[in-house]
Write a protein that binds this ligand. Structure first.
Ligand code: COA
Length: 171
């Protein structure tokens, strides 16, 4: 197991957390780009290409995590990922997703926790989310993000308004 390969939080209170045991979160590497892009296609109507994923991963500001679940022999079945960028004490969550068949088992929660844990000096996190994305909004609110503005017609295919959500260190 490499240093970067950190086991997820131990089982704790809450059904989501318990069900997430057997999932590992680690820093994504070049070999993960195609799997992340494949998950993007399954999870978003405006999926990022491999080039976009690789571009953020290789940027000095980029931060990319992958979640893998065990197949009984190793941890090599990708079931989620997170893409963010961090600059000068501010962070932006760009993408987060759990594979459709792996949802509601704590993967999103583990990814978000790891992002926050890895950046204790970030004082403000921001993100944009579709107003109709109740699952994501509920997840973000659990971790202290609050809606600050609504941007009309921010999204296409399907058309939707967007919320800007912010999490400050004081939260
Ligand atoms: C949003 C998303 C990443 C959540 O991932 P997940 O692994 O299913 O989430 P978790 O199991 O960790 O859930 C954590 C919390 O989020 C909230 N949540 C997750 N899915 C939910 C749903 N369908 N309805 C309501 N709340 C939900 C709950 O508060 C949940 O805690 P609980 O299980 O204790 O009630 C996942 O639904 C997804 O990949 N959606 C498609 C991609 C997407 O929309 N990404 C966000 C773009 S801004």
């Amino acid at each position: 197991m490499t240093e970067k390969f950190r086991e997820t939080l131990p089982a704790a209170e809450g059904a989501g957390r318990r069900e997430a045991s057997g999932v590992l979160i680690r820093t994504a590497e070049e070999r993960d780009v195609s799997e992340i892009a494949a998950l993007e296609k399954r999870c978003f109507s405006d999926a990022w290409s491999e080039t976009s994923v690789r571009g953020t991963m290789n940027s000095p500001l980029g931060y990319v995590l992958i979640a893998e679940r065990t197949d009984g022999e190793g941890f090599d079945l990708p079931c989620g990922y997170l893409i963010a960028q961090v600059f000068d004490g501010e962070g932006e969550l760009l993408r987060i997703a759990a594979a459709p068949e792996a949802r509601r088992r704590g993967t999103g929660r583990l990814l978000l926790e790891r992002m926050l844990e890895d950046h204790p000096c970030v004082s403000v996190w921001r993100l944009d989310v579709r107003t109709k994305n109740a699952a994501a909004i509920a997840l973000y609110e659990k971790y202290g993000f609050r809606i600050v503005t609504e941007n009309p017609d921010a999204y296409k295919d399907p058309r939707d308004n967007g919320y800007l959500m912010i999490r400050t260190a004081e939260n």
